[in-house]
Design a protein around this ligand. Structure first.
Ligand code: NAD
Length: 292
């Protein structure tokens, strides 16, 4: 058996194309969806990420603004700026690129974002809605993984999903989305005992750790769907995920590559969330649904 590669790049392009259609509808109704991205400091990886995000917005016909601020920006100034974006009617989504430089309280900044413009889905209001199984802005990376599983026809309901990583950005919301979709979920982390013994039980295995190729073939159940969220830069400058893709491919049924897997989906879901925010403000779009 050799695992089928799940093409995140192609699916992300489809989602961006769908977003472009939704943007045309909004434009015809007099609304141009807009995403404001705030970048504080000079982190090189963050600069690359925000460039990708604003470029995707432009591709789908949204407005996007990149606001850069120096690393020594005081907390109050950053929060005041976020509040200014909250009251700007041209802005439908707000993203403050994380991590923030030392000395800035990321949680306080995220809580300053209007929950209706929280395109990243990190605000307590959206996190709470996710936990109770209501429609919300879900964090873009795990939400993109759910879209991949759906597109691939992977049966989540009743499956045992194992998530490695418990971060607020990926691991925890990933576990919650899988749980809401009817999976039996196990969350592993740095303190987990016998990690391979647990990961081998996963029909769906999601790795979100940040350790190059740590998931090896002996940790994977034969036929499992393996989702590699990790993005790690190797000493030679190349990117790799948290999964040993070559080693795991003969064991898994499907696998996401790095690059070209989850990464492009994260950006596509950010655009989709911003369009949804604009639709809600314009009174266009599907009503909320409840997941039990
Ligand atoms: P994080 O550092 O916040 O969390 C890492 C998690 O891994 C922690 O919960 C920790 O308990 C767990 N962990 C650490 N060592 C472990 C071990 N030996 N065994 C089991 N668990 C262990 O990282 P994050 O923000 O969740 O990101 C994880 C990875 O995903 C990183 O490589 C990051 O770059 C990548 N990422 C990718 C995207 C994307 O769009 N593809 C988005 C966000 C993050």
């Amino acid at each position: 058996m050799t695992a089928t590669r799940i093409d995140g790049k192609a699916l992300a392009a489809e989602i961006l194309a769908e977003s472009a259609v939704r943007v045309s509808r909004l434009r015809a109704a007099g609304t141009i969806p807009g995403l404001a991205v705030v970048l504080v400091g000079e982190d090189p990886a963050s600069k690359v990420y925000v460039k990708g995000k604003t470029a995707a917005c432009e591709k789908a016909g949204l407005n996007s603004w990149l606001h850069t601020m120096p690393a020594d920006t005081p907390q109050e100034r950053l929060i005041a700026f976020v509040k200014q974006l909250n009251s700007d009617p041209a802005v439908h989504g707000i993203l403050v690129q994380l991590p923030l430089p030392k000395g800035l309280d990321a949680r306080a900044v995220i809580e300053a974002i209007d929950p209706a413009k929280d395109a990243d889905g990190f605000n307590y209001v959206n996190v709470g809605a996710l936990v109770v199984g209501e429609e919300a802005f879900y964090p873009c990376t795990p939400w993109g993984v759910m879209k991949m599983l759906e597109h691939e026809g992977v049966k989540v309901e009743g499956a045992h999903a194992v998530v490695i990583g418990r971060s607020t950005i990926v691991g925890k919301p990933m576990a919650m989305l899988l749980l809401n979709a009817g999976a039996t979920v196990t969350v592993c982390h740095s303190k987990t005992q016998d990690l391979p013994g647990i990961t081998r039980q996963g029909d769906i295995l999601v790795a979100a750790v940040g350790r190059p190729r740590m998931v090896t073939a002996d940790m994977v159940k034969p036929g499992a769907v393996v989702i590699d969220v990790g993005i790690n830069r190797l000493p030679d400058g190349k990117l790799c995920g948290d999964v040993d893709t070559e080693g795991v491919s003969p064991v898994a049924s499907r696998i996401t590559p790095v690059p070209g897997g989850v990464g492009p989906m994260t950006i596509a879901m950010l655009v989709a969330n911003t369009v949804t925010a604009a639709e809600r403000r314009a009174g266009i779009g599907a009503p909320g649904s409840r997941i039990t």
